[in-house]
Design a protein around this ligand. Structure first.
Ligand code: SIN
Length: 552
């Protein structure tokens, strides 16, 4: 639960500075947050604020998506996609949520990404869309822009957002905590009301002060938490900010044990976070041991290299652990002509070349890395969380689509569908009467009087690395009661240290992130500890056997 806010955002003359109240505050500017804003902005009377901690709003998880977005392939149908999603989800995907995504996704992809954001997905000579294939998809259905789909999408969405006069896009603001009543109310009688969100405390990174930003609705679109693990494909901001804030406010969190590891991150010093898209295997790439033996048929005779991600990642881990390999190899060079590789994977080719690997001539060294958070803040089919007036969209949410293991290239589509649905629901509520905002005086001021010391970057970095190491070794691809209980003990100790650090030191973005990272790490570890059944990407080597098990 939220403790009383501690820092005073009131300027010397007593007026609140910074962004004023809005109808909707959206925290995060990836595909889910941007879609929510764009859809709300269709009503010119709505005032929408989008905030991101980044200086460049294009910097989000979306930007790094390589493979593409699930569309509707040629011999495809919504039921076929829904059935692939449910199969990949290892028995824990919500069939209703999978159906909703499959039915509404392709229309929204056309409306929002193609028509509104102007994205030109790759097409063949006669103008037909080119559909890619990825693991556990029974059809070719992934539309893409080379291997930089996320970058094209976010550039298009940001350009579209900038054309909306009623959207205020604020960069360099880090959300510290949600403003929720009764937690932040000065009225003792608020205790008897349901938990309600009225906005967020926002830290202005440049001015180094906190603003109370009131909003009728608040939307968390903060992305995932890959950065709490040592090896990850995620950018720096993926530290579980939204999950931690929602948890402190008392929102219901589910499926937190299901952290998906991508099988293939580049394994060269200095380029560890770089993803080698599953589309490489979709185009025929084969995983090999360092001495050149293909091994995936031993683990998944049916799907081989295109097995669900959890199976491929564990197979690689098993090979590395059993034989002491530092990595395995991914061979596309002998499966696709060099010119075709250059055309289909220009970004992967050039990044690997910088790391000294020519993917048109030699295999790529790869290892698994934390990639996607399948759990999150539980939301309904409209993105509503268990807290009133708080919606959560994108990777920070759990819609039920991904179950225990996400099907490749479904996350951008989920951001589109739930972003759009959340906007529709908020618009319907607002058009039937505006939501009353509490006056600023109803909130305690942010009191940072007496806090003098600046956060020591060495402490922040050291604690962050400790969290990442604990999560990688004890809460990683292979888990056990011993490893998880050790993780929880160490993280609890660290949580106490960091909370003291937070309460006694001036704020910085790094300190906010560290506090969220340790909170998120504990949420994941506790969920993994309490779930003794292996399922999807949660693999317990001391597992009770379970339906949905795909053990190796
Ligand atoms: C990839 O290109 O392999 C990543 C796509 C995804 O995670 O859906």
């Amino acid at each position: 639960m939220v403790a009383a806010s501690r820092k005073n955002p009131v300027s010397p003359n007593g007026t609140e500075t910074g962004p004023g109240p809005t109808d909707v505050l959206i925290v995060g500017s990836g595909i889910a947050g941007a879609t929510t804003a764009l859809r709300l902005a269709r009503n010119p009377r709505r005032r929408v604020t989008v905030v991101t901690r980044e200086a460049d709003p294009k910097q989000s998880n979306t930007r790094w998506a390589q493979g593409g977005v699930v569309g509707r392939g040629r011999d495809d149908a919504p039921e076929t996609l829904a059935s692939d999603i449910v199969a990949a989800g290892a028995g824990a995907s919500s069939p209703q949520a999978a159906r909703l995504l499959s039915e509404e996704g392709p229309r929204l992809l056309q409306e929002i990404l193609v028509e509104e954001a102007g994205i030109s997905f790759d097409r063949g000579d006669s103008g037909q869309l080119i559909f890619g294939r990825e693991g556990a998809h029974s059809r070719r259905r992934v539309v893409h822009v080379g291997d930089s789909t996320g970058l094209s999408i976010i550039e298009g969405l940001m350009a579209a957002l900038r054309r909306c006069p009623n959207v205020n896009l604020l960069t360099g603001f880090t959300a510290v905590d949600l403003i929720t009543f009764p937690h932040h109310s000065r009225d003792p009688l608020a205790t008897y009301q349901p938990i309600t969100c009225h906005g967020a405390y926002l830290f202005d990174r440049e001015a180094r002060r906190v603003h109370r930003h009131l909003a009728g609705f608040t939307v968390l679109a903060t992305g995932g938490l890959g950065r709490i693990f040592r090896n990850t494909t995620n950018p720096m901001g993926a530290r579980g900010d939204g999950l931690a804030m929602a948890n402190r406010a008392g929102a219901r969190i589910v499926n937190a044990e299901y952290v998906q590891f991508h099988p293939t991150a580049l394994a060269t010093p200095g380029a560890e976070s770089f993803l080698i898209s599953e589309a490489v295997r979709g185009e025929g790439g084969i995983l090999l041991t360092p001495d050149g033996r293909a091994f995936m048929a031993d683990y998944s005779p049916q799907w081989k290299d295109l097995a669900p991600r959890d199976v491929v990642a564990r197979a690689i881990h098993h090979q590395m652990e059993t034989h002491g390999y530092p990595h395995v190899l991914l061979d596309i060079a002998s499966r696709m002509p060099a010119a075709a590789i250059e055309e289909r994977f220009p970004n992967i080719r050039s990044t690997c070349l910088e790391a000294g690997i020519d993917i048109t001539a030699e295999p790529i060294p790869v290892v698994p890395a934390a990639h996607y958070f399948c759990g999150g803040v539980l939301v309904d089919s409209w993105g509503r969380s268990s807290i009133r007036n708080l919606h959560v969209v994108g990777e920070a949410s759990c819609t039920g689509v991904h179950g225990a293991n996400r099907l490749a290239s479904t996350s951008l589509l989920e951001g589109l569908v739930w972003g759009s649905r959340a906007a529709d629901k908020m618009e319907a509520c607002m058009s039937s009467g505006s939501l009353p905002l509490p006056p600023l005086e109803a909130l305690p001021p942010w009191d940072d009087s007496g806090l003098v010391s600046d956060p020591d970057p060495a402490l922040i970095q050291g604690d962050m690395q400790t969290i990442q190491n604990i999560m990688w070794h004890y809460v990683g691809l292979v888990r056990s009661e011993d490893r998880l209980s050790r993780a929880i003990r160490e993280l609890r100790h660290l949580w106490n240290e960091i909370e003291t650090f937070y309460r006694t030191t001036k704020l910085s973005d790094g300190l906010i992130g560290l506090r969220n990272a340790v909170e998120a790490a504990l949420i994941v570890s506790r969920a993994a500890y309490h779930n003794r059944q292996s399922r999807g990407c949660h693999y317990r080597q001391d597992s009770e056997s379970a339906e949905g098990d795909r053990l190796i």
